[in-house]
Structures are given as structure tokens and as C-alpha cells.
Design a binder for this molecule. Sequence first.
Ligand code: FAD
Length: 403
Amino acid sequence: MSDTSVSCDLVSFQEQAIGFIEANCSKRGGGGGQIVGDGVTEARAFQSALATAGLAGLTYPAEFGGAGLTKEHQEAFDEISTAWHLPNQALAISHGMCLPMLNQFGTDTQRSTFMPDNISGRTIWCQMFSEPGAGSDVAGLSTRAIRDGDQWVLNGQKVWTSGAHYSDYGIVIARTDPNVPKHQGLSMFIVDVADPAIDVRPLRQISGAEGFNEVFFTDLHIPVDWLLGDLNQGWSLALAMLMFERVSIGTGAGALAGEWQSQRLINLAEQLDQTQDPCVRQGLADLWIRERIKVFVGKRIRDAVSAGKVPGPEGSIAKLNGALLARSIRDVSMQLLGPAGQAWEPEGGTGEQWSNFCLAAAAASIAGGTDEVQRNIIGERVLGLPREPNPFKDVAWEQVPRN
Ligand SMILES: Cc1cc2nc3c(=O)[nH]c(=O)nc-3n(C[C@H](O)[C@H](O)[C@H](O)COP(=O)(O)OP(=O)(O)OC[C@H]3O[C@@H](n4cnc5c(N)ncnc54)[C@H](O)[C@@H]3O)c2cc1C
């Protein structure tokens, strides 16, 4: 809960937001194309200050640690912060995906227990969906939860779990009934990542950073009231969370291709004296237009979310657009820099990180569902094309052949 009350009057609110951002953030434009390191300490401190100023969790209910304001306040804050670097990227999953899930599907006890600390950055949350045998087809997952008295006992393995190594809690999806078709026997749980029954093993990426993990569960005991949503209704919650994820990656804090990148590349072209090159000009104009479109798609989706709707397939459009944008930024930056684009800055350096961005750009086409999967969703649910054949649609999960 905040110590300071923030004005509901939009003009006064904007003044307070500008004052806070000027005092706590740096202008966009410096630094490089990607955050270096995980920025966790910085993110926790920033979020704590934001909460103290009454500016955290703007649209969430005050009784659950939010500011209880409107989507207009959120939009005003987003607009103001566009020109600034907010050091909160380590909270992208915690706030972009886990927090809306707790708010939408949590019981009042879960909301009052977990949301205030999540909003203030005191706790960080991660998403535990993907497994070695279940990524695009996450409903095929094998992690099992079996009821034992007033607890659930969880066994299995997750992979690609971003930020698990610095998270306090996770939202995990597991199979609670293997005797029904795969989408019907899943449930979602809250888990305490510090529990010794959870083994988190970081994976090293091509850039040298460690952003995601393998996570092993061995007889993890979960209290029954940490079930999120209804038993065996995990798939509909998973769909909601995947949509929040796609929106976050495509439009929000989870976006690799943040809105400021075209301006940063325009600055780079000026520094390199390449602004008269017609190919460079075309590339930059194309990026700028795509970033504008991303903002409009994002606004439309945020409006739907503020109106209490779970985002639909438009989340896939935003996600795909964000992934294509990341690749365009990569290509234009490498075109501008030429061979110097390969220059490598050690982790923690303060210079341009376009080489790092170049390596990371492909991840935007995989994380949160691959480009191919987004195109399938858009084809089926927006364009009305025939659905992919599924010979195992009505077959119990246990009977489906798998490796
Ligand atoms: C940077 C990063 C962070 C991530 N963070 C998390 C996280 O925090 N939590 C989490 O749970 N997961 C996370 N993931 C995992 C991510 O959700 C999966 O990688 C993604 O869903 C793809 O699954 P997969 O890797 O198993 O690929 P697969 O599903 O094995 O796909 C392999 C290839 O087959 C294609 N393919 C699969 N099915 C179809 C189909 N039906 N039609 C057409 N083509 C198809 C895919 O497009 C892909 O090219 C992260 C991934 C990345 C890259």
C-alpha cells in the first residue's frame, strides 16, 4: 500500500507522475539496444519507490495494494514514461502476466496475500509453463500434481523459465487428471520458489547472459488454497495468461522492441552521417511506422483489458508485430553499423549493445509462442481458416502417444 496519496485529478496526477519520473529515471537515448544483466536490484528499488509515491499498480484495487485509478491514469503514465528509461524490466513477467492473473482469477485471500507485495516489487513472480516436451503444445505437459490430504504434491520439470533464479513465487500449470483429453485435466497453482523441493538451474545464452532456467520439482507440497482458479480449469487460465504474455511482449514492458528504438536508430544514423542514404532513410521510416502501429494496437488491447475483458486473438497480432519489429530493428542497426556491429561489449558495459540486441532479436519470435503459432491463431480465429487437424482431440492424455 502506498504512503502517499496520488491525485485522482488527471492534471495533478500527470504533474506527480512527471515529478517522480524526472527524479528517478534517465532519459531514453543513451545506452544500448538491450538491458545488460538482470537489473533485479535496480527494479526492486525503483518499484518500491514507485509504490511509496502511490504510482504502482495504477488500475488495481487499493484494497489489494494498487492505486485504484482508471485506465486514463494508466495511459497518461504510459505516455509520460515513453521518453524515459524505467528500470523495471526485470518485473515484466511479474507485472505483465502474473499480477493480472492473480487479480482476475485469485480468491480474495490470494489477492490480499500476494498482490500488495507483487505490486510494490517486494516479491517477483515467474511463469512456469514450458517443458522439454511441451512448448507450443503446452497443453501436452507432463508435470503432475496429485492430491494428498490438504496438499498437492507436484513432480516434473519446466524449462525456459525466465527469471526463476531471482523470483520469489511462480505460477505453475500441472496435470491433475491424466484420464481426460489433454486440455481438460490441467490446473494452475502458486508455488514458493524458495522451497527446497524446487531446484532452479540457470541456462547460459549465446550472449553470455543467464535469463532463463530449467526448474525441477521433486515432491513439492503445495497448500490446497494455492490452487489458482478452479480444479481442472487450468487450460482456460493458461490461455488468459498466454494472452497477457503476448500483449506484454507485443506492446508493453516485456517488449524487446521498445517504442524508443527507431528514435535511437535515427540518432545513430545521424552520428554515423548516414541520414542521406535512401536505403537507410527507408528502413528508419518503416521502423517508425511499425512502432506507431504497435502503439495503436497496444492502446486498443489495453482498453479491452481495462474494460475487464481477457484479450483475444488481437494479442497474437500484437505479439507477432513485436517479433517482426525486433527483427527489423536488428537488420537496420546492423546495416547502419556494418562490420562494427559485431563489436562486443563486456557485460555491465555502458556503451551501445546492438550486437547483443542482434543476438536476442530471434527470441522475440519464440518466447510467448512462436511466430508460426501466432499465424495459426490469426488464421483460425481472425481470418476464419480451417482449424489444424487434431486426431487426438477426444483421447485421454494418458493414451496419447508421446516420446
Ligand atoms: C527468451 C525466452 C523466454 C521464455 N520464457 C518463458 C517463461 O518464462 N516461461 C515459460 O513457461 N516459457 C518460456 N519460454 C518458452 C516459450 O514459450 C517456448 O519456447 C515456445 O512456446 C516454443 O516452444 P518450444 O521451444 O518447445 O518449441 P516447439 O513447440 O518444439 O516448436 C519447434 C518449432 O515447431 C514449430 N511449430 C510447433 N507447433 C507448430 C504448429 N502447430 N504449426 C506450425 N509450426 C509449429 C514452432 O513454430 C517452432 O518453429 C521462453 C522462450 C524464450 C525464447
